[in-house]
Every structure is written in C-alpha cells, then in structure tokens.
Write a protein that binds this ligand. Structure first.
Ligand code: URA
Ligand code: SF4
Length: 207
C-alpha cells in the first residue's frame, strides 16, 4: 500500500518533520509535482486550518494557500476576526495532483484518491500532535474525510463545533466548505457569506 510512514523522522519537531516530508515518496503524487508543500506556521498556534492539497501556485511557491483560494481564505479569516498569520495552515495531501493535456498547458487540479489521502495521513497526524491546536478548521470534504473518516459530509456539519477523538486526542473542530468552492459558486456573494459565518463560529469558539 502507498504510505508516507517509512519517511517519517523518528524524532524532532516541526522543522525535522518538514525536512523529512520534502523527501517523501510514499505515493505516486511526488512524481509529477514540483515539491512537497508542507504546513506553515508556529508550533504554538491555537488554530489549525486543514485544506485539501496544494494547488498550482502552492506547488510553484512551496507554501500552502498562497493562490486564489488562499487569498479568499485570508480575507474571510480577517473579516471573521482571526489572524491568518497566527494560524498553522496545512493540507490533507502534501503534493499537487493535476491533469495536463500538453506540456506548457494549464495544470488542472484533480481530487486526491482515498489511497493517496491515506498514504499522506501520517504527516497530518504528526503535525496535529506537534502543534496541538485548540481548534481545527476543516476546509472542505477532503480534509473532513482525512480527519474524521470517509463518511464525513460537509453539508451536514458545517458551521458547528464538533468534538471528536482523533489519533487518541480529543479535538474540537469547525468544518466549513473549501474556499475554492466559494470561488466556483454561481452565487459567490451568498457562498462567501456562508463561509464567513462558519469562520465566525470558529472565531467565537476560540475566544
Ligand atoms: N487549496 C488547498 O486545499 N490547499 C492549498 O494549499 C491551496 C489550495
Ligand atoms: Fe508523500 Fe503525501 Fe506526497 Fe504522497 S502526497 S508523496 S504521501 S507527501
């Protein structure tokens, strides 16, 4: 089975983890992507944001949420009263998965499979253990499935505070949609307001 497990360091903090992740070959996604895009932020962060996987811009720059979805996310976080710079930001899958019809053509995002998500999960588990956030904001279905299992449905639980046992720790989570879905929505204003309302629940919960 695909798994990142053999690439995990035996010890160390976030820096050691990030360095090890740069060499991960736990699933085939490393073959076509430019680099591992690891989480960013302080080990002391009270808030962790979990997305799906890096996009085109993130793959080029090596940082999570620096493209269009990231800009929308930052704006909404600020509007909700959460400082994006104080959050630990990461993804369920650490390599960009895409389809490209010809070299030089636009790289189109493709959703990771369950096998790829499962392979990559040990990185997120370690990040969670090292950061120990007070609250996790779950950005969309892929992040939800990675953290809470394949029966996760974002529409049923978005904007609510969940308390779940994850890898032996009691975690508080607020699920919401993925910021990309706001960008794709036909009625973008309504979609944005819904996203913002969910983040406001997270802001109030964090206090
Ligand atoms: N979408 C994600 O889920 N994560 C990123 O880092 C960028 C876009
Ligand atoms: Fe490793 Fe995850 Fe990249 Fe697959 S997607 S190679 S498991 S870091």
């Amino acid at each position: 089975a695909y798994t990142a497990e053999p690439f995990l360091p035996g010890r160390g903090g976030l820096a050691a983890l990030r360095e090890a992740a740069a060499g991960c070959r736990g699933c085939p996604l490393h073959l076509n992507a430019t680099r591992t895009v690891f989480g960013e932020g302080s080990a002391d962060a009270r808030l962790m944001l979990v997305g799906e996987q890096p996009g085109d811009q993130e793959d080029r720059k090596g940082k999570p949420f620096v493209g269009p979805a990231g800009h929308l996310l930052d704006r909404a976080l600020e509007e909700a009263g959460l400082d994006p710079a104080e959050a630990y930001v990461t993804n369920a899958v650490k390599h960009f998965k895409f389809a490209q019809t010809e070299p030089g053509k636009r790289r189109i995002h493709r959703a990771p499979t369950l096998r790829e998500m499962t392979a990559c999960a040990p990185w997120l588990e370690r990040e969670l253990a090292l950061v120990g956030p007070e609250l996790i904001v779950v950005l969309g279905a892929t992040a939800g499935k990675a953290l809470l299992g394949s029966s996760f449905r974002v529409g049923r639980v978005r904007g609510t505070v969940l308390e779940e046992e994850i890898h032996g720790h009691r975690e508080r989570l607020v699920p919401t949609v993925h910021p990309s879905s706001v960008l794709r929505a036909e009625d973008r204003d309504t979609a944005y307001r819904g996203f913002l309302a969910d983040l406001e629940v997270a802001a109030r919960t964090l206090g």
